[in-house]
Design a protein around this ligand. Structure first.
Ligand SMILES: [Zn+2]
Ligand SMILES: [Zn+2]
Length: 406
């Protein structure tokens, strides 16, 4: 049976809800050679069924690299108005000319090209500079917010004067999300104008600087993360956990390893391998988990401790995280939507709601951001937690802190 026939059977055959069908398609493709990319291409070039195309394009977005294949797919989808929205999944890999082509298609007749709104949104996330010349012609609040990232000085000054006139916090948040020198400079100016020092520190961290020594709030370059097979990289997702670990404050289920990054495989001059922990139970009781990691011990700072369960997993099996440089090195200015498999290493956190960085319990300094692990789909099944997890790391003290938002 051809891959297309098999995938179509899976799309049509399941009576269950959407996630089941999608998992079945993803499971089938991930079992095929070369991470299922040739099988996915056979499907995408062989059908015009919108649901099949949508699921297979979503699958391709979980696979890193393969720019040439993804570009060919997006070019083909662009020719079919009802399939073109599925090209939104492939935007991070598209070459300049094709990104410009999609923008031109939309600008030609924005009202008739509403189906390209998703593609435009993703272009805003990954290539805000490409959309900036069209700012005035974009009638979409979300895409407009994507253009805060790296915006011109006049934009930063505009937000500052809106704040001066209104006293509202929102324009200052927008300004912080620009992450430019001018935005940081303007933030310094408003310091004494805010009643709440914590509020100002949150804005400063959001802009990419830590309070205190003004050091960077994150590491660069930023990478997109993709969950891959065990051993595909030395960054481990959902590794086995042994010894004594923190327990869930509600049900006392032991925490489990979420992510262990290999310092030697990252360009950040880290001295220790950062390791982050989280809970695989469904309590949603803990908001954060701060852990001291040593060569042979894990120490909880804000939770009870107990014996690890080596069988417990936060991911569908022991997997790895593959990294690919993020096209947007300024930082995405749109809020994250948890459950969309948007993992990240380096760069700055893409918050659902701007929040403080945790403070290291050893050195009492704000901890820099290092990674995000999102819930949602992997090629091998669903993650075993809800929300989105932000991972902060104090390299000097070997302390990790994981913070959740929903
Ligand atoms: Zn629990
Ligand atoms: Zn520290």
């Amino acid at each position: 049976m051809t891959h297309l026939k098999k995938v179509q059977q899976l799309v049509e055959g399941f009576v269950g809800a959407d996630p089941d069908r999608r998992n079945a398609v993803f499971g089938y493709l991930s079992d095929q050679p070369e991470a299922g990319v040739p099988a996915a291409l056979e499907c995408l070039f062989g059908t015009k069924d919108t649901l099949t195309v949508e699921y297979v394009a979503q699958y391709l977005a979980l696979v890193p690299g393969r720019r040439e294949a993804k570009t060919r797919v997006a070019e083909t989808l662009r020719q079919e108005p009802n399939l073109a929205p599925s090209a939104s999944w492939l935007v991070p890999w598209l070459p300049d000319e094709l990104v410009s082509g999609f923008i031109a298609d939309y600008m030609e007749a924005p009202d008739e090209r509403r189906q390209l709104a998703d593609v435009l949104y993703e272009i805003g996330v990954y290539f805000p500079e490409k959309l900036r010349p069209f700012t005035r012609r974009i009638d979409d609040d979300y895409v407009q917010r994507a253009l805060f990232a790296g915006g011109p000085d006049s934009m930063a000054d505009g937000f500052l004067s809106i704040w001066r006139n209104s006293g509202e916090l929102r324009p200052l948040i927008a300004m912080a999300l620009m992450r430019t020198e001018r935005a940081v400079h303007n933030l310094m100016e408003v310091r004494d104008g805010l009643d709440d020092a914590r509020q100002w520190e949150t804005l400063l961290e959001l802009s990419g600087r830590l309070p205190g020594d003004g050091g960077k709030a994150g590491s660069f370059p930023a990478f997109m993360g993709f969950v891959g097979e065990s051993g595909a990289s030395r960054h481990v997702v959902g590794g086995a956990t042994h010894g004594v670990v923190p327990l869930c404050p509600d049900c006392e289920f032991p925490a489990t390893s979420l992510l262990r990054l290999s310092a030697a495989d990252l360009p950040y001059s880290l001295n220790a391998d950062p390791e982050f922990f989280w809970f695989a139970c469904d309590c949603q009781e803990a908001e954060s988990l701060t852990v001291g990691t040593g060569p042979d011990e894990v120490r909880a700072y804000d939770a009870p401790q107990g014996t690890a369960d080596p069988e417990s997993r936060i991911s569908p099996g022991v997997l790895s995280l593959l990294l690919e440089e993020h096209p947007n090195q300024v930082g995405v200015s749109l809020r994250a939507s948890p459950g969309s498999s948007q993992h990240q290493v380096g760069g700055l956190p893409r918050w659902v709601e701007p929040d403080r960085h945790p403070v290291c319990p050893e050195c009492e300094q704000a901890m820099p951001y290092l990674a995000t692990i999102d819930s949602g789909k992997t090629p091998y099944g669903d993650m075993e937690f809800d929300g989105i997890l932000y991972c902060f790391w104090c390299d000097g003290c070997r302390v990790s802190s994981t913070q959740v938002q929903y």
